[in-house]
Write a protein that binds this ligand. Structure first.
Ligand code: SF4
Ligand code: SF4
Length: 165
């Protein structure tokens, strides 16, 4: 009936919790990556972003929940000439790519960032039929799988996202 207050289904609540977790992890890693990339990438004449990689965000059911409705959805273009317009919901590949120049300039800083990303991907790995949460569609969603992923996300939190005092 119109006007009735709607409550989230258990599955929606679990998905929202995972979205929250993902965004918090993104905030942490974005800060670390910015320290590595800021100067080099802002002066780069041949940015490595491309539509093929951008479209991984639009193709992911989970990431599109994070990105939300946007007129650019399905355009596969998130690069505006200055940088990525996605604060949240970037493809994991974009978080994990460092060009040869950065690998030389910031090797030591990149090692822990890569470990963070490797562990983060493990949270989503084997979500359904050996496929990551980041690539499956809505049909693969169910409460048991989401609960299992949340348990994995808690372990990740304990290792990489200690509460700030
Ligand atoms: S990662 Fe390397 S190639 Fe990509 S934008 Fe930064 S400096 Fe340029
Ligand atoms: S960082 Fe952003 S603009 Fe660059 S390839 Fe990834 S989604 Fe596209």
């Amino acid at each position: 009936m119109n006007g009735m207050k709607t409550t989230s289904s258990p599955m929606e609540s679990l998905l929202e919790e995972l979205v929250r977790f993902h965004k918090e992890a993104e905030e942490i890693i974005a800060r670390r990556i910015a320290e590595i990339c800021r100067e080099t990438c802002s002066a780069c004449q041949t940015p490595c972003c491309n539509e093929h990689m951008c479209s991984e965000a639009d193709d992911s059911y989970f990431l599109t929940r994070i990105i939300g409705a946007d007129s650019r959805k399905n355009s596969g273009k998130w690069f505006d000439g200055n940088g990525c317009m996605l604060q949240y919901g970037r493809p994991m590949l974009c978080r994990d790519y460092f060009c040869d120049e950065l690998l030389v300039l910031a090797a030591e800083k990149i090692v822990p960032v890569r470990q963070f990303i490797k562990d983060w991907k493990l949270v989503y790995k084997n979500f359904a039929s050996n496929r990551s949460l980041l690539v499956v569609g809505p049909d693969a969603m169910n409460t048991a799988r989401l609960e299992k992923t949340l348990v994995k996300s808690e372990k990740f939190r304990q290792k990489w996202m200690p509460p700030t005092s």
